[in-house]
Write a protein that binds this ligand. Structure first.
Ligand code: MN
Length: 202
């Protein structure tokens, strides 16, 4: 089995003005597509077919060849990222808001924590809202291609369920925001797919 680039769950201009059409197009058709092609090539080189990234690759990512580690991470992280986004207007449901309040003291507390963690990623990486095994929520950072499902993460931080992710690689925002990552993070928070977060909460 080979992986295919998922279609965006919205039109490329649907996230304007928070995320511009050109950035979305390039991010999807160049960056994400590139990781998809390289992932398929890396799996083929190892003779691996019909594999599930979440259950078969990430839990033993450290034993995989480097090309699989990086491209499997980037393929999956980007798919998760697009699904984390929706055209403006969504707000957390009451049940999601209750979870945010339990863990962060309220929506503003979540925004503050998420902004700090996403802004604090040094270099390229991601910030994730996750559910811990005790049911509480937290925000964690991963560098480069890494994600919370990988054994390299779970060995250090424990098992978590990712709910939401922001890509803070420069390619995610540089065309519109240049070096102003905090503005990009604030814009991202206007286009969160809170319905998807609720589904992921289970
Ligand atoms: Mn990206």
């Amino acid at each position: 089995m080979t992986f295919t680039l998922p279609d965006l769950p919205f039109e490329t201009d649907a996230l304007e003005p928070f995320m511009d059409k050109e950035t979305v197009e390039i991010h999807h058709t160049k960056h994400h597509a590139g990781y998809t092609t390289k992932l398929n090539a890396a799996l083929e080189a190892e003779g691996i077919n019909d594999v599930n990234l979440e259950t078969e690759i990430f839990p033993q990512i450290m034993q995989m060849p480097r090309a699989i580690q990086t491209n499997a991470g980037q393929f999956w992280n980007h798919s998760f990222f697009w699904e984390s986004l929706a055209p403006t207007g969504q707000e957390p449901s009451e049940s999601v808001m209750n979870k945010l309040t339990e863990s962060f003291g309220g929506y503003d507390g979540f925004v503050s924590e998420f902004t700090e963690k996403a802004g604090g990623v040094f270099g390229s990486g991601w910030a994730w809202l996750c559910k811990k095994q005790d049911g509480s929520l937290c925000v964690v950072q991963t560098l480069n291609h890494l994600n919370p499902l990988m054994d390299s993460f779970t060995k250090e931080h424990g098992v978590m369920t990712p709910l939401l992710v922001i890509d803070v690689w420069e390619h995610a925002y540089y065309l519109k925001y240049q070096n102003r990552r905090p503005e990009f993070i604030a814009a991202f928070l206007k286009i969160v797919n809170w319905e998807k977060v609720e589904q992921r909460l289970g």
